[in-house]
Design a protein around this ligand. Structure first.
Ligand code: GH3
Ligand code: MG
Ligand code: MG
Ligand code: MG
Length: 302
């Protein structure tokens, strides 16, 4: 199997010999990473290339495996990574403690390699299924961008984060102009094709990894843009508008000399606080979008 499709396993153990034995057995099947301390394992687990499973020793100098597990399970970035303890501590209360901390399995040393391999395989199969379900509930199946459900979740998280850090948060509401006309003239298949093209173009134009775009409704999209000024967010909205115009997707509207698909955008920025809620900023962006439509479409109102 090509390397990039292999799932990755992080082995955490203060004893290099243990790492070597496990690593040798796992390498033909998985991408193997290793860490020899609790602190190092947390750095690897929160990196951009997060492991799909963690094999975790308990007795280690400094931060022990229990503490690592507790930290992994309390961080949204790492809470879904399955942890299997692999340890010399074989008392019932140790095992109970490990499982209560959220580990999916507990293996005692000396271990049988075929059993370790089988348990890892089972947990990774389960992880694949869970990841697929996670995708299904959060991605819009037509366009491949986030759906309304994950938009609400992202807005909730970002609202709280920006509230804590005191940074600004922008919502951009986007609606395709005269989309009904395109459907009526060319049919729903062409309409769907247009939605896909617009979604992927919007997504590619938003370059910062902290920016999110979602399909908010039929031919409406919404962006969450944290940590930038109102001016910068408005510039982004203008770039999005120009980008869609430059696609020159045909929409033969009477009285329109351009005859191409355009979008209208409403921008609202705020510093999240208790008196102004996430629902208020959505309403404000929606009102700006409504004005953009009123004033003739294919424009940004900020
Ligand atoms: P405006 O410029 O005022 O936004 O006009 P509009 O025609 O874009 O707005 P309207 O709300 O009248 O029409 C939206 C259309 O979007 C109607 C609906 O059939 C179509 N639509 C919604 N979801 C989908 C979809 O998933 N696929 C396709 N092909 N069409 C969709
Ligand atoms: Mg140890
Ligand atoms: Mg609409
Ligand atoms: Mg529309």
């Amino acid at each position: 199997m090509p390397n990039q499709y292999k799932q990755s396993v992080l082995i955490v153990d203060d004893e290099p010999l243990n790492i070597r034995v496990l690593s040798q057995a796992l390498t033909p099947w998985y991408r193997v990473k290793a860490a020899t301390s609790g602190a190092e394992s947390l750095t690897v687990a929160t990196s951009d290339d997060r492991p799909d499973l963690i094999l975790l020793d308990i007795s280690m100098p400094g931060m022990d495996g229990y503490e690592v597990c507790a930290k992994l399970k309390s961080n949204p970035l790492t809470e879904a990574i399955p942890v299997i303890f692999i340890t010399a501590k074989n008392a019932t209360e140790d095992e109970a403690k490990g499982l209560e901390l959220g580990a999916v399995d507990y293996i005692t040393k000396p271990f049988s390699l075929p059993i370790v391999m089988a348990r890892i395989r089972n947990q990774l199969l389960l992880k694949t299924k869970t990841d697929m379900l996670e995708q299904l509930v959060s991605i819009d199946s037509l366009t491949g961008v986030c759906n309304r459900r994950s938009f609400d979740e992202i807005l909730f998280q970002e609202w709280r984060r920006c509230g804590r850090t005191g940074s600004q948060l922008t919502i951009i509401m986007i609606d395709i102009d005269h989309f009904k006309n395109l459907n009526d003239q060319f049919g729903h298949v062409a309409g769907d094709q247009c939605l896909k093209q617009v979604a992927s173009s919007l997504k590619n134009t938003m370059r910062r990894s902290s920016d999110s775009i979602a399909r908010y409704g039929g031919e409406e999209f919404a962006c969450v843009v944290p940590d930038v000024s109102h001016e910068e967010a408005t510039e982004l909205a203008n770039n999005l508008r120009q980008k869609i115009e430059s696609l020159k997707i045909q929409n033969p509207i009477r009285d329109d000399p351009q005859n191409t698909v355009t979008i209208s955008l409403g921008v609202a920025t705020t510093s999240p606080n208790r008196s102004f809620t996430a629902a208020d900023i959505l309403k404000k962006a929606d009102e700006a979008l409504y004005q953009a439509k009123e004033k003739g479409r294919n424009r940004v109102i900020a």
